[in-house]
Design a protein around this ligand. Structure first.
Ligand SMILES: *Cc1c(COP(=O)(O)O)cnc(C)c1O
Length: 476
C-alpha cells in the first residue's frame, strides 16, 4: 500500500480517452471551468486542490498522485468501494446490449429485473418503483405522489406536507420547501410555499429540554398537535430515520413507530426519505427496520447503485398505486418523468450492488464494524471542543462546540468542521464536514483493518484540532 500522502508519480501526465494531459492543466481547468456544488469558489480556488483521477477499493488518488481514504464514501454513495470487479463487469455486460432507453410508456429489461429484486427486499408491501436519477427527484416524486394521491380521491385540499426542523431532502424547489434552511436557502425562502414543521427528535439538543429515557418520547406530542391543527389540509409527513445533512442525528428508538401510529390515527401518509440511510448504511438494510416501520412512500437514492451511477426510486405500496389507475381521459396518471429515469447502465450496477449487499454475512459484517467504530469514537467525548458523538451503523457525526456546558456551536463562517477535515486530509483521509459536525461515512465494504486506519486518522485529527478550535472559540 502506498503512503497516502506521498505522491507516487510527481508531475504526472494523466491519460484520458487516448490523450495525455499534464496534471497541472487538469487542476487549472477544474479551477477555471468547473463550478462546484455547495462550494464557495473563492475559498476553493485558494485551497490545495484535490482532483481525483482514479480509485481502488476504499481509496482514491488525485492528480498529485496522493492516495486518500474515501472517508465519506464520495459523499455518502459508495458501498462496495471503487473499481469493484462485479460492478465493473455488470456495466460492461450491459454495454454490450444498450446503455439507455426510455421508461416513458415502454420498458427496459434490466430495470424490470432490478425492480423485481428490489421488491423482494424493500419493507413489506412496498412494491411499486418509480425510478428517477437523483435523491432530490425521488423526493419531488414522493411529494407529488402524496398530493395527487389525495387529489385523485377528491381531496384536492390536502396539499401540505409536515416536515421536521434541520431536515434535508435535496436541492430542488419541492425538496427545499419541506426543508427550508436559513444558511443555504436564504434567497429562496420567500419563493417557497410555506410548509408546517415540527422539531426533529434531537436528543443532544432536545427541543423540550428533556432527556431519555425518562422523557417517554414526549417529542411526539408536538407532532400530534401539528397533525390535529393541520387536519385535512395535510397530505403527508416526511422524515429521515437518521438526519444526515442535519448533522447525523438518529431518531431515538421507538420514535418512528410512534410517528407511524400517529399518521395512521390522523389518516395522513408517511414518507420516509432513506436516500442517505438506505442499503445498509445504518447496519440494517433500511433505517426503518430499526423500528419495524413500513412507510407509505419510501425514497431511495445514493447507495442504490453502490455509488457508481445516478439512479433513485420512489417506492409506493398498492394502496397508493391503485389511486392513480383509471381511464386515460380521467387524468389520474402520475405525470412526472426524467429523461434518464431507470437508466439501464445504472440498473445493471444496482443489480450487481444488491447481490453483494444481500450476500450472506454482509450486513452482519457492517453491524459488527459499526460496533467497533462506536468503541473507537467513544474517547472523543472527553475532548474539550467535542459536544456530542452520534452514530448509527457506518454513519457517524462528531459535533464540535465552543462550549460544552452551553452547547453553543461555532459560527458558520469559522468553518470549525474544516479545522478537523483539513488535518484528516493531510493524514490521508478525505472527509467533508457539515457546519460544526465532522462526518464519517466510509464505504460499507471497508475491511476492519481499513476502518481501523481511517478511524485512527479521524480521531487523531479531532484531537490535534483541539488547540486550533480553542483559538477559534474566543471568536464568535
Ligand atoms: C443526499 C440526500 C438527498 C438528495 O439526493 P441527491 O441525489 O443529492 O439529489 C435527499 N435526501 C437525503 C436524506 C439525502 O441525504
Amino acid at each position: 500500500m502506498q503512503d497516502p500522502v506521498q505522491p507516487d508519480a510527481p508531475g504526472d501526465v494523466i491519460p484520458i480517452l487516448g490523450a495525455s494531459y499534464p496534471a497541472a492543466d487538469i487542476e487549472a481547468w477544474d479551477r477555471t471551468y468547473v463550478w462546484h456544488p455547495f462550494t464557495q469558489m473563492q475559498d476553493y480556488t485558494g485551497r490545495d486542490p484535490v482532483v481525483i483521477v482514479e480509485g481502488d477499493g476504499v481509496r482514491v488518488r488525485d492528480t498529485r498522485g496522493r492516495w486518500y481514504y474515501d472517508g465519506v464514501a464520495s459523499v455518502w454513495l459508495n458501498v462496495h468501494g471503487h473499481r469493484v470487479p462485479a460492478l465493473d463487469a455488470a456495466i460492461r455486460e450491459q454495454l454490450t446490449r444498450i446503455a439507455h432507453s426510455t421508461l416513458l410508456g415502454q420498458g427496459n429489461a434490466v430495470t424490470a429485473v432490478l425492480a423485481h429484486h428490489l421488491a423482494g427486499i424493500t419493507p413489506p408491501g412496498l412494491t411499486r418503483f418509480f425510478f428517477s436519477d437523483s435523491g432530490a427527484a425521488a423526493v419531488e416524486v414522493a411529494l407529488k405522489m402524496a398530493v395527487q394521491y389525495w387529489a385523485n380521491q377528491g381531496q384536492g385540499q390536502r396539499t401540505r406536507i409536515l416536515g421536521f426542523t434541520s431536515n434535508y431532502h435535496g436541492d430542488t424547489l419541492g425538496a427545499m420547501a419541506v426543508a427550508p434552511d436559513e444558511t443555504f436557502h436564504w434567497p429562496f425562502l420567500s419563493y417557497l410555499p410555506p410548509e408546517p414543521r415540527v422539531p426533529y427528535p434531537h436528543c443532544y439538543r432536545c427541543p423540550l429540554g428533556r432527556s431519555r429515557p425518562g422523557c417517554g418520547l414526549a417529542c411526539l406530542g408536538p407532532v400530534e398537535e401539528a397533525l390535529a391543527q393541520e387536519g385535512d389540509r395535510l397530505a403527508a409527513v416526511i422524515i429521515e430515520p437518521v438526519q444526515g445533512a442535519g448533522g447525523i442525528i438518529p431518531a431515538p428508538p421507538g420514535y418512528l413507530a410512534g410517528l407511524r401510529e400517529l399518521c395512521d390515527r390522523y389518516g395522513v401518509l408517511l414518507i420516509v426519505d432513506e436516500v442517505a440511510t438506505g442499503f445498509g448504511r445504518t447496519g440494517r438494510l433500511w433505517g426503518v427496520d430499526h423500528d419495524g416501520v413500513v412507510p407509505d412512500i419510501l425514497c431511495l437514492g445514493k447507495g442504490i447503485t453502490g455509488g457508481y451511477l445516478p439512479l433513485s426510486a420512489t417506492v409506493a405500496g398498492e394502496r397508493i398505486y391503485a389511486a392513480f389507475l383509471g381511464e386515460v381521459g380521467a387524468k389520474r396518471a402520475l405525470y412526472h418523468g426524467h429523461s434518464y429515469a431507470g437508466n439501464a447502465l445504472a440498473a445493471a450496477a444496482a443489480l450487481a450492488s444488491l447481490r453483494l449487499l444481500t450476500a450472506p454475512g454482509f450486513l452482519e459484517g457492517v453491524a459488527a464494524k459499526a460496533e467497533t467504530l462506536g468503541g473507537a469514537l467513544e474517547p472523543l467525548r472527553g475532548l474539550p471542543y467535542v459536544g456530542d458523538v452520534r452514530q448509527l451503523g457506518l454513519m457517524a457525526g462528531i459535533e464540535l462546540v465552543q462550549d460544552r456546558v452551553s452547547r453553543r456551536g461555532f459560527p458558520y463562517g469559522l468553518q470549525a468542521g474544516w479545522v478537523v477535515a483539513d488535518r484528516a486530509r493531510a493524514r490521508g483521509l478525505l472527509i467533508r464536514p457539515i457546519g460544526n459536525v465532522v462526518i464519517f461515512m466510509p464505504p460499507l465494504a471497508s475491511t476492519p483493518a481499513e476502518l481501523g486506519e481511517m478511524t485512527a486518522i479521524l480521531t487523531g485529527a479531532v484531537a490535534e484540532a483541539q488547540e486550533a478550535l480553542a483559538a477559534l472559540a474566543g471568536r464568535g
